[in-house]
Design a protein around this ligand. Sequence first.
Ligand code: 7RM
Length: 647
Amino acid sequence: MSDIDSVLKEARVFPPPPEFQKKAHIKSLDEYRALYKRSVEDPEGFWAEQAATLEWTRKWDRALEWNAPFAKWFVNGALNLSANCLDRHVAGPRPDKTAIIWEGEPGEVRRLTYAELLREVCRFANVLKGLGVKKGDRVGIYMPMIPEAAAAMLACTRIGATHNVVFGGFSAEAVRDRMNDSEAKLIVTADGGYRRGAVVPLKANVDAALAACPTVKHVVVVKRTGQDVPMQAGRDVWWHEQMEKASAECAPEPLDSEHPLFILYTSGTTGKPKGVVHSTGGYLLQVALTTKYVFDLKDEDVYWCTADIGWVTGHSYVVYGPLCNGGTTLMYEGAPNHPGPDRFWSIVERHKATIFYTAPTAIRAFLRWGDQWPKKHDLTSLRLLGTVGEPINPEAWMWYRRVIGGDRCPIVDTWWQTETGAIMITPLPGAIPTKPGSGTLPFFGVVPEVVDKDGQPVGPEAGGYLVIQKPWPSMLRTIYGDPERYVEQYWKRFPGIYFTGDGARKDKDGYFWIMGRVDDVINVAGHRLGTMEIESALVSHPKVAEAAVVGRPDELKGSALVCFVTPRSGTTADEALRTELKGHVVKEIGALARPDDIRFTEALPKTRSGKIMRRLLRDIAAGKATVGDTTTLEDYSVLAKLREEEE
Ligand code: 7RM
């Protein structure tokens, strides 16, 4: 019961294209290795040097103070995040450069220059102050993907309010719980937002939530859709009316490097959501540095990360990373298939996006919808692709490379977590050869390892637990209001080192292959199998679009393998396909992984950010009622359908 057996075989290697390499920030594997070596021989020295890329109002005394598991980075340093993201670009060479290109779902386009965004942020910072928000207060943000959302986040950072963004797709109950747990004083929302042609009733949800949120005193409402919303006198105010009256000048508040920048709730696999707390200096430094090197960001790039600001990816790689680097970040409000399945590709073509960063779940959906949609558009502006959120199946990776990247763009498969704040394991596109399905090598200053249950390194090619052995600047600082849970969750299993909760394998080249959450590992006749590897084998079959594999308790084998499979459109899901798929998995992996049961389904249950919820499928496979937290489930009808099919 010690390790995890890794069975995935993948031998393809893609070196960085020479033309890309020549112009890249990091140009070769040797250059990466030299810098990496330096960064881990003396991480504090390395990060101290890099910290000079930020603008500090007070120089720090020490790079790191480490009382495991509590870290302070850039001790006694002071800075302001919004000043780093805005003022220095406006005062420098980029006042008129486009900071944000925004496209609404109905089709409007807005562009904000750095100077315009700074004015907007200052105004809103003054609005917040006028409504009684002070340094250290928590502010909720429950908004659609509109520029005002980014401005609201930046305005909080300007005055030292800690923001708590709640994904606009969450319910009133989720808003209520998150506002109460963080004791928010004010919430920023909109009348509504557009999603797949419909209007999401954000303000109505806030009204329902606030029936039981005693700490929230004010609601600021952006007029987005223009639908009728009741405004409660004394509590609710309109964004545009407040902004008109507010001054466009607001000096950035110097904040301690450890000042809490934001709280973001993650549901985890069980029970109550955890409020992950991030601080200012270390977070911004690692986010800025990874954005520059992982995305090879240059001044002329049009950078598009499709994540919603409700997720950590939206915080780090839609807003803070690109803006801190003076980049142009693209924001899109709506669904990828509205009005048609080619919406993303029309956006790439219209705005000539050069960098595109999305999730495997989206890539598998594009693959399922068919090549004709991307083929309708000129995607030659793209020079780099990225993925994040789940392990990507090698076949989906190959499709992404060929159909979206025109066999020309490197792919960066970036592994990180809400808790890590910034990218941790990733290719650098001009330096590190990629292998489909691998996050490749650690970023500078990051020291990951794959260990057995006693915390000992397992050695090459063996599966085990992914841990991070040294503190890093953008690490979470605590769980809001629950430091014991912080210690318990991340630092107890392997004392003094960070446990990610993921399984992984390191290959002979030192490349990391993430096998997904260890809770998802299945014990079949003494073999501990990562579900992702069996799923990859299934998805490599031409008739399969997506698959999720779970274990069902089995007296003989420990667990039986139950595979939920979504066939590609136009495929007949029948007994013959079942037999074919079982044979295919045996051929790809071996007889130990022969599926016991294959169930066809139109869709898999997923979290709102697109991760497959195997926990729910386990219950269905075992015939149990669903337990635990389902507030992150994307589509309840999927669960209902899966249960019906069983009966
Ligand atoms: C950024 C984000 C974190 C979990 C993580 C993994 C999985 C994320 C990858 C990945 C394989 C990747 N934050 N994960 N990226 N697995 N390859 N490139 O997703 O907190 O929402 O999730 O997501 O299991 O622990 S998160």
